[in-house]
Structures are given as structure tokens and as C-alpha cells.
Design a protein around this ligand. Structure first.
Ligand SMILES: [Zn+2]
Length: 336
């Protein structure tokens, strides 16, 4: 979209440009073929759908990011990523996962905030994102539909730990299915440490990587086939842990299974679990709207997830111009 001197569009990540400066936000490429001179590349956090997958073959690959995110990407990609410094961009905690940040940029005299994935909740060891007053806001919309409203984290965490302790006292083992990435999964491992959870192979590699990047995380790895006593097993959704549990069942070890995911908020339970707990790294629907309102922007661009739906609600409920981030060649007509 072209509006005045400020341009926002999908391209190499989300591209925000003005005269003489361009930001590529969560770019997939750091190659100079995709990153023209004068461009500043900013990576919000180290989830796989937000980090670069192609790099400059020779010479530096530079990003603006937190130190943790830069180290994590360097480790996982096996190449040196250098820190970029730019006095037109400020970093704010995004409250999403370890090392996640939002970027506040100065483009053509307008203040622009890119949230990346974010959560406003203080939870576990993570401080939530705080609103920033800006002219233009670029927000995510992973849970941008009204059915996705999460209970208070302390309450749902208490319900979950009570359920785990009841299950253990009744002789069951407990399997918690989460995601394999950094973030909620590893905060859960830390928060449940008194129950000495075992880490399944599906997340043990990412757990060790986090340790190497400096995260204080105690890991007890699960020994395949060890079902001698009731215990807590944490791993990723998918066949691998399900098969392990079926094998344990055949040896007489009974499991109760639960999913830990924001998608649980819609009430649709996965067939292979007994319980589910709506704990997420993201803002829920109501938090997204509240965050947008508190930033009091004149324009909002929505990316990731239910972008059209959330943009419509922002226009109708908040009276703020909003549209999904346009693809290259598309236009988003706003009243400014
Ligand atoms: Zn993420």
C-alpha cells in the first residue's frame, strides 16, 4: 500500500519503507538480492516461521534483534549472524517467547510499531508486552476471532497442576502435548519443575539449544520405554509421543493425556487427549483489541492469523482504520 511517503506491504517479511530507509520485518532472506542497500532487517523472535532461511553467501548477515534471538538463530542455522544497530528503531519486550521483541520505528516522521507475535500477559518468567503510542501499528492476529479468549494464566495453570497431581495420586502417568518450539513449552517445564517432568525426544533438541543460548532450564530427558513409576511427560503433538504412550500402555503403564494450547479456547478437543488447557504465548482476541486501542494508532495493518476478521473488528468497534497487510501489488485504501 502506498499512503503518503509511507509504504507497507508483504514482501521479504513485512516491508515498511519511506524515503531513504526501508525495514524488512521478520525477513525470510538476508541475501542482498532480496535486501536492497539501505534496508534494515529486524527479526522479532526465533520461531521458525519468523527467522531467515536464506543468507548472504559471503559477508555479514546482519539483523536487529534481541541478543538471545541472534544467538539462537546463529546456533540453529550454523552460521554467524551479526548484530545490526540502527538509531531509527527501538526494541520493546513482546512477551511472546524468550528473547521476543517488538520494533518501534521512525519512518517519515511517523512512529510505527511492529508487534511480531506478542502477549500482554506477565506469566511464568516472561514479562508481557506493553502498549506504545504510535501513528501506525502492525499487529498479529493469530487468535483474532472472538471465540479465542483465554482464562487468567494463574487460574488455568492451577487447574492443570491439580489435574496432574490427582492423576499421579491415582497411579496414572501424565502426558502433556505442547509445541516443539521455544516458549511456552519450556516455561512449562520450568514451572512444573517440582513434579520433575521428563522431556520427550520431540523437544529435547530444542531444550538443549535453549540451554546453550543461556536459558536457565533444568532438563530431565525421558528414557524411551521407562514406565516404572507414574510421572509427567512433556512433548510435542504428533505420532512420536502418541506411539510411546501406546507402547507404555501395553506394558501396563496408564497415561492421562492433555493438550496445552491456545486453540483449546474454542472448546474443540483433539481426539487423542483427555483434557486440554488454554495456555498460550499469544494475545487472545480481547487482548488484541485492547492492545490496539491502547496504542491509539491512526492506522492498523494486521498480519498473521485472522487478519481480515480482526481488521474488520478494529474498524467497527474501535473506529480505527485497519486492513490486512497488503501483498506486493495489492492496495489497502485507508482514510488518512
Ligand atoms: Zn512465534
Amino acid at each position: 500500500m502506498e499512503g503518503g511517503a509511507l509504504s507497507v506491504r508483504c514482501g521479504n517479511g513485512i516491508e515498511v519503507s519511506g524515503a531513504g530507509i526501508s525495514f524488512h520485518l521478520d525477513p525470510r532472506s538476508l541475501s542482498t538480492k532480496k535486501v536492497p542497500q539501505g534496508t534494515v532487517c529486524c527479526t522479532s523472535h526465533a520461531h521458525s516461521d519468523h527467522i531467515p532461511s536464506t543468507f548472504e553467501r559471503k559477508g555479514p548477515n546482519r539483523i536487529v534483534s534481541s541478543e538471545f534471538t541472534r544467538r539462537f538463530i546463529s546456533e540453529i542455522k550454523g552460521r554467524a549472524i551479526e548484530a545490526e544497530h540502527c538509531d531509527k528503531v527501538r526494541l520493546h519486550d513482546a512477551g511472546h517467547v524468550t528473547g521476543s521483541v517488538m520494533f518501534e520505528m521512525d519512518v517519515e516522521g511517523q512512529r510505527v510499531l511492529y508487534t511480531g507475535d506478542f502477549s500482554p500477559r506477565d506469566r511464568f518468567r516472561i514479562q508481557g508486552a506493553r502498549p506504545v503510542k504510535v501513528d501506525v501499528l502492525l499487529t498479529e492476529a493469530t487468535f483474532g476471532k472472538p471465540q479465542y479468549v483465554f482464562p487468567p494464566t494463574e487460574r488455568i495453570f492451577k487447574v492443570m497442576t491439580d489435574w496432574i497431581e490427582d492423576s499421579l495420586s491415582q497411579g496414572f502417568s501424565v502426558a502433556l502435548f505442547t509445541s516443539s518450539n521455544l516458549g511456552k513449552t519450556h516455561e512449562l517445564i520450568h514451572a512444573l519443575r517440582d513434579l520433575e517432568p521428563r522431556v520427550h525426544g520431540t523437544i529435547s533438541e530444542s531444550s538443549r539449544l535453549l540451554q546453550r543460548c543461556g536459558l536457565d532450564l533444568e532438563i530431565k530427558e525421558h528414557e524411551p520405554g521407562d514406565v516404572s513409576t507414574p510421572g509427567v511427560l512433556i512433548g510435542a503433538h504428533g505420532q512420536s509421543m502418541t506411539q510411546e504412550i501406546m507402547s507404555a500402555n501395553r506394558k501396563g503403564r496408564r497415561f492421562r493425556k492433555a493438550s496445552v494450547s491456545g486453540w483449546a479456547a474454542n472448546g474443540n478437543k483433539r481426539g487423542y487427549v483427555d483434557e486440554q488447557f488454554a495456555i498460550s504465548d499469544h494475545a487472545d482476541h480481547d487482548e488484541l483489541l485492547a492492545f490496539v486501542k491502547a496504542c491509539s494508532p491512526r492506522m492498523v495493518y494486521v498480519g498473521h492469523g485472522y487478519a481480515s476478521e480482526l481488521a474488520g473488528e478494529i474498524r467497527q468497534k474501535l473506529g480505527i482504520d485497519a486492513c490486512p497487510v497488503p501483498s506486493a501489488g495489492q492496495q489497502c485504501l485507508l482514510n488518512y
